[in-house]
Design a protein around this ligand. Structure first.
Ligand code: 26Q
Length: 869
């Protein structure tokens, strides 16, 4: 179809038939009724794609002509999920396609399930990037996402019959991907290794980055944005000389080595640094993206490089793309012949950085050895940036040391200057262990020590002589703006990990509280509630103007309205129960309280604390008389989430939850009073079914550890009450909804450090209910006694584990909050009133608000709406 695609149902139907024949290649004898769902899905998707491409080309042409400032969102992850329904809904073609498909004898909802999830991300950070590009398109903001087209996305999780997590490859491209536009004509060369001679880099290995464009439809606008993902390929298809000599394996080897770079998503949402392939991935997509954007700029503006910061801004999503600081410098200096100072001025005005964690192990640090070997020219550039940075720091550090010495004069010591000059590395080479030092060498020069601590290049505190590049520091120094992702988090980074940087350049530091797209996470995933909202507000524009939801507040006490609200939740619970039955075989009643915790498995997120409280509840039920049992509030507790494959404790937590489920769900004593379900392979698709059905969600991270959280916002939008700590965005949700309407418990962030430093060691005051739950983990109630001992120790035996995340001291208050949950649930009117207030107060958490703030306060990018044709 070369003409503009029609939106008339019968024309759409004809178009689908045509695509079934010529894109899917189905024989006409089988069209339409002899086809499987996957084939029909592909025909429908190919038809929807025509609408997308049409609007995509109009948008991109228009932006190209107007030449506004562009934002480029650099992210190693985009967790898109499925696209069919989102595209159809955003294009406002749902009725058209539903009818067309129905007339062919199919159901759009069923076809939806034939699509593979695009799981090119680990969790929150990747999904945030997906929500952001949705909002950018909806707000008509000129901008692209840039990332990696992984051949294999996030691993698939299976739970075996013993309760262990198994990891399986995610072969998501096996049926093709109708949503992408391959661009064989858009390629860039990416170099690695090699040597530098007089500032000139000669790479020892070169691969090709090939572009794939993924159109991103906005809602209620003709704008369709772009997510450009790069695939790694060999520069030459085959090494012909090797091929001709019959060395086929050598010829193929090149290809495999190149393709490895974009082969797999690293399935670890904390750390994997040191792994050369990971750094290769990062540089690969950053270099391709920067080269692409710089070429676009040059085509329009020639060598007027001073104009670059007025035409482009790159937002770096965590440290993963921060090699961009050095790569932009290299492109400007080595390829465009700018001098250092000019290039540095432009770089610092063109880059911005978002931090997503304060956990030290998740802050990327690359060994100088690894980075210097893979990217020798970049290492030189980073070295120089570090020198300049340390020089600027020196003055301040000297003043601090003098101040310290005034207050606390250093003890005079015997001068042994010569011995002190011997570098540690030299000593190590001479065969002396670096650890084994005599006393005077332990006293480091305080200025050196401070410079080492805040330097971009620092010595690994655990391995003397090993130098590391701190990528977060590199990003802070090279950026015009640095932001955290929730108010408390942005505050913490100024006080802790970036303290000195903040003091030297306070104006750089900002907060941008996360948000989520209300299209996918309310309007599309919860059609029942969406319809009631539209009817009640008397408008359907709220998904683009989410503060309109405050109009629901005045209905919160209306009993009739509450009844309708409850009926929708009940319907969503029934739908979820059917899906769980189909996937796991577990039968769930639909009247109990649906209590859900879905997120990556981590000690700091405390799924462990949740399951311990469930274990205690099980104990209470078992020891209660039949009369007493009647007083329990029935609960269905649901968990979902993946454990990184090498994360020892996380895997044990997954297994414990599954073992508890096996015991509890088969115990006739507790029957419908308690169910424990672990949904295998939690992903975006599961989230879209779980969140609308949830009545209570668990946001229970140790205060100060969860940067923001974003599922909390999705639950809130769908009227789900929160049990949680004063952490991340929970705090801001409490402000919007009224703290009294959440079930808040536990220590707050200011109390945690003191606890860790002192009280922990002497604290013996375990709550007896905690002791009981731990005992049940130990005594084999859930099988495999031996296996669970060290999990128990990790929060209980201070000699073996140190309960870093405060499960023990927060447990009693957690149970108190849980009792409060039960009490309020018995009063369904009160529960529903709160539920309405949650949705009504969720406007602030639309990613449209977040993106508008980025655009206004960091990017300086303005909407350029495409005229509708
Ligand atoms: C790093 C090095 C090597 C390999 C992998 C990684 C890696 C990959 C993914 C490190 C971190 C991640 C993902 C982090 C993440 O999802 N963080 C979450 O970001 C959300 C969006 O801002 C926040 O809401 C969450 O609080 C935060 O945990």
């Amino acid at each position: 179809a070369s003409a503009k695609p029609s939106t008339d149902p019968s024309a759409v139907q004809a178009d689908v038939l045509q695509n079934l024949e010529y894109v899917v290649g189905a024989p006409s004898s089988k069209i339409p009724n002899g086809l499987d769902a996957s084939s029909v899905y592909r025909g429908v998707a190919a038809s929807v794609r025509e609408h997308l491409i049409d609007a995509f080309n109009r948008t991109q042409d228009y932006w190209s002509e107007k030449d506004p400032k562009f934002v480029y969102y650099l992210s190693a992850e985009f967790l898109m999920g499925r696209s069919l329904m989102n595209a159809v809904q955003n294009l406002e073609l749902t009725d058209t396609y539903s009818q067309a498909v129905k007339q062919l004898g199919y159901d759009l909802e069923t076809l939806r399930d034939a699509e593979q999830n695009a799981a090119l991300g680990n969790g929150g950070l990747g999904r945030l990037a997906a929500c952001f590009i949705d909002s950018m398109a909806t707000l008509n903001l000129p901008g692209w996402g840039y990332g990696i087209r992984y051949k294999y996305g996030m691993f698939k999780q299976a739970i075996d019959e013993k309760g262990y997590q198994q990891e399986l490859p995610d072969i998501w491209l096996s049926n093709g991907n109708p949503w992408e536009i391959p661009r064989p004509d858009i390629t860039f060369k990416i170099g690695f290794y090699g040597s530098v001679d007089n500032f000139k880099w000669s790479p020892g290995e070169t691969v090709l980055a090939k572009a794939y464009d993924n159109p991103i439809p906005g809602f209620k606008t003709p704008t369709v944005g772009n997510l450009r993902l790069w695939e790694a390929l060999p520069v030459a298809e085959f090494d012909l000389s090797a091929f001709n000599e019959g060395k086929y394996d050598k010829a193929v080897e090149e290809r495999r080595k190149a393709e490895d770079i974009s082969a797999v998503l690293y399935p670890n949402d904390a750390t994997e640094y040191g792994k050369e392939l990971r750094l290769k991935q990062q540089f690969f997509f950053v270099s391709a993206s920067l080269q692409d954007a710089v070429a676009r700029f040059k085509a329009k503006h020639g060598d007027n490089w001073q104009l670059l910061p007025e035409k482009a801004v790159f937002q770096m999503n965590d440290t993963h793309p921060t090699i961009a600081v050095a790569e932009l410098m290299r492109l400007l200096i080595d390829e465009q012949s700018l001098d250092w100072d000019t290039a540095w001025g432009i770089t610092q005005k063109t880059l911005a950085f978002t931090n997503h964690t304060v956990m030290p192990e998740a802050l990327e640090k690359w060994p100088v050895k690894v980075l210097g070997k893979l990217l020798p020219r970049h290492m030189e550039i980073i070295d120089k940036i570090d020198q300049i940075w340390k020089d600027s720091l020196k003055e301040k550090v000297l003043a601090q040391v003098e101040e310290m010495h005034k207050k606390n004069p250093p003890k005079p010591k015997a001068a042994k200057p010569l011995k002190k000059e011997v570098p540690l590395a030299a000593k190590a080479e001479a065969g002396e262990p670096a650890e084994d030092e005599d006393e005077e060498e332990e006293e480091e020069d305080p200025v050196e020590a401070a410079l080492n601590k805040y330097g971009i290049i620092t010595e690994n505190p655990w391995e003397k002589g090993v130098k590391l590049v701190n990528m977060a520091y590199l990003a802070v120094v090279g950026s015009k703006a640095v932001n955290g992702v929730a108010a408390i988090h942005s505050d913490i980074i100024k006080r802790t990990i970036f303290k000195d940087f903040y003091e030297l350049a306070p104006h750089k530091f900002q907060n941008k509280t996360n948000g989520v797209t209300p299209r996918r996470w309310l309007a599309w995933c919860n059609p029942g509630l969406a319809a009631l909202i539209t009817e009640t507000l008397g408008t359907d524009t709220w998904p683009n103007d989410l503060n309109l939801l405050t109009g629901l507040r005045k209905h919160a006490d209306d009993k009739e309205f509450q009844k309708k609200w409850r009926a929708i939740k009940h319907e969503n619970k029934a739908k979820l129960a059917a899906k769980i039955k189909a996937r796991t075989g577990v039968d769930l009643p639909t009247d109990p309280l649906y209590d859900i915790q879905i997120k990556r498995i981590h000690e700091y997120k405390r799924q462990y604390m949740n399951i311990l409280s469930i274990i205690y509840r099980y104990h209470q039920l078992k020891t209660a008389s039949p009369e007493e049992r009647k007083k329990f509030v029935p609960r269905v507790t649901i968990f979902g989430g993946k454990a990184a494959s090498a994360y020892y404790m996380a895997k044990k937590i997954v297994r414990l939850i599954n073992r508890v489920g096996m015991v509890v769900n088969n115990d006739p004593d507790v029957k419908d009073l308690l169910k424990v379900v672990f949904v295998p392979d939690y992903n975006v698709d599961w989230a879209e079914a779980l969140i609308p059905a949830a009545e209570l969600c668990q946001q229970i991270s140790t205060a100060g550890t969860e940067a923001s959280g974003t599922s909390n916002m999705k639950f809130q939008m769908n009227g789900c009450l929160i049990i949680g700590t004063m952490d991340g965005a929970n705090i801001e949700i409490a402000e919007e909804v009224g703290k009294e309407n959440l079930f808040i418990f536990g220590m707050d962030e200011s109390e945690v450090p003191a606890w860790r430093e002192s009280k922990r060691a002497e604290w013996k005051d375990y709550d007896p209910r905690f002791v009981k739950a731990i005992e049940m983990v130990r005594d084999g109630t859930f099988g495999d006694k031996e296996y669970f001992q060290d999990l128990a120790d990790s929060v209980y035996d201070m000699k073996k584990g140190n309960d870093w995340f405060l499960v023990a001291p927060d447990f009693a208050d957690y149970l108190r909050a849980q009792e409060e949950v039960d009490k309020v649930y018995l009063d369904q009117d009160e529960w529903t009133r709160r539920s309405i207030l949650y949705t009504a107060g969720s406007g602030f958490f639309s990613s449209d608000r977040t993106i508008k703030q980025y655009a206004d306060e960091i990017w300086d990018v303005v909407p350029v709406p495409v005229p509708s044709s």
